[in-house]
Design a protein around this ligand. Structure first.
Ligand SMILES: Nc1ncnc2c1ncn2[C@@H]1O[C@H](COP(=O)(O)OP(=O)(O)OP(=O)(O)O)[C@@H](O)[C@H]1O
Ligand SMILES: [Mg+2]
Length: 377
């Protein structure tokens, strides 16, 4: 498994989850792997490292903060998941909705993989169950011939099921969730008696995510909306917090790879994150108004530019990310299909980068010189 590109949270953070479980004295809602307090600590971090015995050796494990922003939002999410309603995380792209959902599922159920990806082509059998047709034809419908999908497994085992981009899924599929959420039951009409009825075990719930930029949030039926508590996740408001997120994420993504040893100096990281932060807000820290881009300038995009810059520094540079490396990779993230976006970046260089370069602040001068790497307007 070590050559997997990305491990599920419950594997990547197995030590932290084990340490939290070992020190967990709180009452667990039935079906939960951890108490609400321990789930909260897993997501928001904990000051003191926890000692835990792993493979016969005592280790001190640091519980890092995974989600930055509104701590009470995280607590409310945990409360919702222990209630009889589902949790719907809505917000702009790249605000860590999926990230939060994955971490909540890993902490509560010890399993974040019961995931359905909403799309126009999603069918009911991809979320409930399908059949092994060879067995079905040979022996007729039987539990053996049933191929369970995430909702079925989550209800049967009492686990959190994640439904990504729920508003992109067709209505028929969304409606399947209604019964699951209100009656906590899933029926398999082809199977007789008890085999045809799955009663959700305690611990089952649904975390759905929806992106406000993709049309559709309003199209969820009001019946289904009523079964969810909505939580709006907003972009990170604090520049320093965002710098920290990008630093940690780039370190996580480069670990063990060709850019693992690459240095990403703080002042270069600051250039990258400040640009994303200010263009997204449509305003510089000094209050100068900026053109907004139609492309998403989220923290997630800043992380990708950071990662690409680190790889570039490893492959073609001297092992240290420079302001020019950042600019080289910025345009590809920002300019997707609207040429006005490149103009917005040039404006940023005129009204934000240039004055800072003139004042010789930090490495803004080098950032300014690297403008030639942006495509022409
Ligand atoms: N507040 C935050 N705290 C921690 N990480 C964040 C935060 N905001 C963004 N990130 C980082 O940004 C990345 C993007 O998150 P994610 O893919 O979960 O976004 P999303 O909201 O699901 O976006 P989309 O709507 O496009 O699916 C994550 O890897 C996460 O590390
Ligand atoms: Mg997402």
């Amino acid at each position: 498994m070590t050559d997997a590109i990305r491990l599920p949270v419950e594997q990547a953070r197995a030590d932290e989850l084990a340490a939290l479980a070992a020190h967990d004295s709180g009452v667990k809602p039935e079906g939960w792997a951890l108490s609400p307090r321990a789930v909260e600590r897993f997501i928001l971090g904990h000051d003191d490292p926890l000692e835990v015995e792993i493979d016969g050796a005592t280790r001190s494990v640091e519980i890092t903060r995974k989600f930055f922003g509104d701590d009470i939002l995280v607590q409310r999410c945990i409360v919702t998941l222990a209630s009889d309603r589902g949790l719907l995380l809505v917000g702009e792209p790249g605000t860590a909705k999926s990230w939060l959902s994955e971490h909540l599922a890993a902490a509560i159920s010890g399993d974040s993989r019961l995931t359905v990806q909403g799309s126009a082509g999603l069918t009911e059998d991809q979320i409930k169950y399908a059949w092994n047709y060879a067995l079905l034809l040979a022996e007729g419908p039987s539990p053996k011939a049933l191929v369970p999908a995430p909702l079925y497994i989550g209800m049967r085992r009492g686990r959190i099921v994640r439904f990504e981009e729920i508003t992109r899924a067709p209505h028929e599929v969304q409606d399947t969730l209604l019964m699951a959420l209100s009656d906590k039951i899933l029926t398999v009409p082809e199977l007789p008696g008890d085999d045809g009825v799955v009663l959700a075990r305690r611990g089952f719930n649904i975390i759905a995510t929806a992106n406000t930029r993709d049309r559709g949030v309003n199209e969820m039926s009001s019946a289904l909306k009523r079964r969810f508590n909505f939580e709006t996740v907003v972009p990170v408001a604090d520049l320093n917090q965002e710098i920290r997120i990008v630093r940690e994420q780039v370190a996580r993504l480069t670990a063990g790879g060709p850019a693992a040893e690459v240095a990403l100096p703080d002042d270069v990281l600051e250039l990258l994150v400040t640009t994303f932060h200010e263009v997204r807000r449509g305003q510089t820290a000094d209050g100068v108004k900026l053109d907004r881009t139609s492309a998403v300038m989220s923290t997630a995009e800043a992380v990708s530019v950071g990662l690409d810059s680190a790889l570039y520094a490893a492959f073609f540079g001297r092992g240290e990310v420079t302001p020019a490396h950042v600019v080289i990779h910025m345009a590809g993230t920002v300019v997707k299909d609207d040429p006005k976006d490149i103009a917005a970046l040039h404006t940023y260089w005129d009204v934000a980068v240039k004055p800072r370069a003139k004042k010789a602040l930090g490495r803004w001068k080098a950032f300014h010189r690297a403008r030639k790497h942006l495509a022409p307007r």
